[in-house]
Design a binder for this molecule. Sequence first.
Ligand SMILES: *Cc1c(COP(=O)(O)O)cnc(C)c1O
Length: 433
Amino acid sequence: MEFIMSCLSVGDSGNLSIGGCDVAGLAEQYGTPAYIMDEDKIRENCRVYNRAMEEYYNGNGIVLYASKALSCKYIYRIMKEENMGIDVVSGGELYTALSAFFPAEKIYFHGNNKTADELKMALESGVGRIVVDNIFELETLEELAEKLDRTVDIMFRIKPGIDAHTHSFIRTGQIDSKFGVALETGEAEEIVVKADSMERINVVGVHCHIGSQIFELEPFELAAEKMMNFIADIKEKYGIELSELNLGGGYGIKYTENDSPINYDKYIQAVSKVVTGISEARGIKLPYIVMEPGRSITAETGITVYRVGAVKEIPGVRTYISVDGGMGDNPRYILYESEYEALRVNSPADAKTMTATIAGKCCESGDILIKDAKLPAIKPGDLIAVLATGAYNYSMASNYNRIPRPPIVMVSGGESRLAVKRESYDDIIANDL
Ligand SMILES: *Cc1c(COP(=O)(O)O)cnc(C)c1O
């Protein structure tokens, strides 16, 4: 039996197995709901990117894990061991990474509205790059650097004017976006020139990130082309050398049978061709390349296991299967109507005889995990695994309805361990006065 996630199989017990661990056994041991992730697969994904960086750019670059996909100390330790850099987008992510002793110089700090406190924290901890979003931030940073008597290496977030075909909430490269400065309007050029004249600011490069869950090659190639030409234009016009090109993340993953992601290696190969071509054609040095995959590192390494409560059949309408989690641990349906697939943990390969909507336990009609899921017969007490929940689930989780967040269990080579404990009711009232 082939599942959409390569780390899943049917174990000797007949139950679903992940990374050599019996999922029903893990549910028994750690309770439900629980996020379960295959650590070996996370590491393998990092290696695919690092190898591609070697192969297509001769190692002249760095792969950053975009840690908003899943941020906790454990994952930063993995990234450190796998020789990855990371990108963080808030003081909280930065704090978590530093608490896990992640090397500051390999941290890139993003965000369209970093506060003065966050910028100060970034400067004092010595993060490698600050990816500046706008003029206001640039000026704040210059002042801060002056006050702290240091210089700071920055890149600019550029909107290259690419409209990637994906959900509008996760599309960021077009002009009408809150992120970055625009190419077409001359805004990007202006800010680079301004920064170049600043005493404390060292402009090392430019960055773009055109969206997320993208399946086509073209938007990535087009973005690389625009960015490379921008670098060449700036060099020609002002003699300013931008030596670093950060091409962002956004590589699509397989949430359901209907998704057909391209091999990541292929994206990188295609983009490297564009970068190399323009570098030769326009006589500029090959920039140091930065990539920032998030979703594609962790999404397909994780599942969420739930226990089924009520199964409610509304004759002629639909059947609802209610589980012990929901939008609190996975808000992606309510945010984007994202699609997922689920398996019954016990004998997952049995014929799918049932069509039912898997609903969460929150007091919202929109609290749904999967609409019209196809499953083998499900009864109260069964375990269900929702697949490919390793990115943007735990990191987007909330305590809505004061439901504690599930633990993250990591499995590796048939062994399991906790990476994040289950929240307790005491955790939930911890800040209540
Ligand atoms: C979200 C984000 C990423 C990662 O996107 P994925 O779709 O998870 O690969 C990379 N860079 C920036 C700046 C981002 O905001």
